[in-house]
Design a protein around this ligand. Structure first.
Ligand SMILES: [Zn+2]
Length: 430
């Protein structure tokens, strides 16, 4: 999808629909705007059902204050306009009341954006603006004062969040990543004190492997490759809908029979990914003109060490990640299905993903098909794409249940004798 060719009114419809469908705002809450090259502010209307907005509902506010369109502009127009005045580099402003961020705004505490490297890179530093009446110039001034200091993400006391970016799509990526990281912190706190990444740790993620690989020009695409691309896109979209991926995070790869593999690209929004965006990796080289995921070398090493593994998945599903950002062990011996799918999950220190990739790759076995990488990701492997997806989904569902159980009582695990019975019944001999 070429976002630059989408008219501002259509961008507003697309993103408001995505925010509403994602449960990230209510019918009456939240507003978006775009500043175009003429100096016009395109903004969502006031008091119109967010579930049924069309491009004709959008308002265009001219620089002299004239409003074009059938509705009144959002009551929050004053803060949108003030933010653009203070920060000429920003061309889109997103405001909403997503539940986890509202929780932080009620407690008047900023979420920790340094629990996961992806969130730290995407969000940077964030701040909080003083409370003021919605729609008032005072609220606009409070928010704009924080943007003027250079912040792009401002939490509003007892209200919600405002995010500014160079375009609406990047504003959404920050918004969704922020809400995900806020949820993650809330889940993690039910297990223990979350562990914060340090500057040195995040510097390790600045790997250039994915950029500097040699390139090759594919001369044809086999039927097997086309099928793999098609199936990957289906499952990438499904992973997004199931909240296993977010727009900025989630890596899939699938090995083909000639030893090459296909992997998700670096940086693209997972919800809009298409078959042609995926990157073929062959003999350590990348398909010409494309940039693979930063995890490309790690996936390659896993395939090299394990002929039985045909698919690798890396993701940040929020319940499972609660175990990655705390010292709480993840024991899958909860319900038999979780044990059968996940067996014995191991944890890997954050730095190993970058400094000890051979050792990490060697940790996978039939007994350990899933690894939890501290403050980084859940890595799931499988003998097929669906098998790896299933394992990721079961990991997240199991984590969710363990977290829900925290308020009920201590989790009782299946006993070693009961595990032996399952091993025999399901032929889990290795
Ligand atoms: Zn609001």
């Amino acid at each position: 999808m070429d976002f630059e060719l989408l008219h501002p009114a259509d961008q507003l419809v697309l993103m408001m629909d995505r925010i509403y469908r994602g449960g990230l705002t209510t019918t009456s809450g939240g507003n978006l705007s775009i500043l175009d090259d003429n100096g016009d502010i395109w903004i969502t209307p006031s008091g119109i059902d967010k579930g049924t907005l069309t491009r004709h509902d959008m308002c265009c506010v001219k620089p002299d204050g004239t409003v074009l369109g059938p509705h009144k502009p959002s009551v929050e127009l004053p803060f949108h306009a003030t933010v653009y005045k203070k920060r000429p580099d920003l061309r889109a402003v997103l405001h909403a009341h997503p539940p986890a961020m509202v929780a932080f705004s009620l407690a008047r505490v900023l979420p920790n954006t340094r629990l996961v490297a992806n969130a730290w890179r995407t969000l940077g530093n964030i701040t909080m603006a003083d409370y003021a009446v919605p729609g008032s110039q005072k609220l606009g001034d409070n928010i704009a004062a924080e943007f003027e200091k250079g912040y792009d993400i401002v939490v509003m006391e007892n209200h919600g969040v405002v995010i500014g970016a160079s375009d609406l799509f990047h504003a959404f990526m920050k918004f969704e990543t922020l809400e995900t990281t806020a949820n993650l912190e809330i889940y993690a706190r039910s297990l223990g004190e979350p562990k914060t990444l340090q500057e040195n740790d995040v510097n390790l993620t600045a790997t250039r492997d994915h950029l500097t690989m040699d390139e090759f020009v594919p001369n044809k695409h086999s039927s097997e490759e086309c099928a793999a691309r098609r199936d990957m896109i289906k499952l990438i979209r499904r992973s997004y809908r199931q909240h296993l991926f977010v727009s900025t995070q989630g890596t899939y790869s699938v090995r083909l029979s000639d030893g090459s593999f296909i992997i998700t690209p670096y940086g693209l929004d997972r919800d809009y990914m298409e078959e042609s965006d995926l990157v073929l990796i062959k003999n350590g080289m990348k398909e010409q003109g494309k940039i693979p995921s930063r995890s490309v070398k790690l996936h390659q090493k896993i395939y090299e060490k394990h002929p039985e593994i045909h698919s690798v998945l890396g993701a940040n599903p929020p319940h499972a990640m609660a175990f990655a950002v705390t010292d709480a062990p993840f024991d899958p011996r909860t319900i038999p299905e979780s044990y059968i799918m996940l067996r014995q999950i191991e944890k890997v220190p954050f730095t190993s993903i970058y400094l000890k990739q051979d050792e990490v790759a060697a940790m996978f076995s039939p007994r350990t098909p899933v690894l939890i990488c501290d403050n980084n990701q859940i890595l799931a492997t499988g003998d097929s794409l669906l098998n790896a997806f299933d394992r990721l989904e079961v990991t997240e569902a199991t984590a969710h249940s363990i977290l829900l159980a925290q308020s009920i009582g201590p989790v009782v695990h299946i006993t070693p004798d009961e595990v032996t019975d399952i091993d025999v019944a399901f032929h889990l001999t290795d």
